[in-house]
Design a protein around this ligand. Structure first.
Ligand SMILES: [Cu+2]
Length: 122
């Protein structure tokens, strides 16, 4: 029983690899680096947000949402693109506390990916 499940998971891993490879070739958007970096501590009430992906992203169909210390979500609105693989925005009126920057990005291959960056305003 144990051997059988090990073999099954080996097959499952191969299946995942075969499914994942063509998608990687189609450039699904993966976040490479960001400002703020995850778990960064920043100061001031204005923050420049910059997200760099591994592929082209569609800024008009991507979204940045900031969850504040009060737990409320704020859509950061228009996202600009100084480069095809970059999303840029600005958060204002920040008060000290814990934040989560949620991003939703539409890649050139039509796939949507998402993530969250926790950071602190001191
Ligand atoms: Cu993809």
């Amino acid at each position: 029983m144990h051997l059988r499940s090990v073999r099954l998971s080996g097959v499952a891993i191969l299946a995942v690899l075969f499914l994942a490879l063509p998608q990687a070739a189609l450039a699904h958007a993966i976040l490479m680096r960001s400002n703020p970096a995850p778990h960064a501590v920043v100061s001031g009430d204005v923050l420049s947000i910059e997200l760099h992906y591994n592929s082209r992203v569609d800024g008009a169909r991507s979204k940045l949402i900031l969850t504040g210390p009060d737990g409320k979500d704020a859509d950061l609105g228009k996202v600009s693109q100084p480069a095809a693989d970059t999303l840029v925005s600005t958060a204002t009126h920040l008060t000290p506390g814990e934040y989560q920057l949620h991003w939703i990005a539409l890649a050139a291959d039509g796939h949507i990916s998402r993530g969250a960056i926790p950071f602190t305003v001191k």
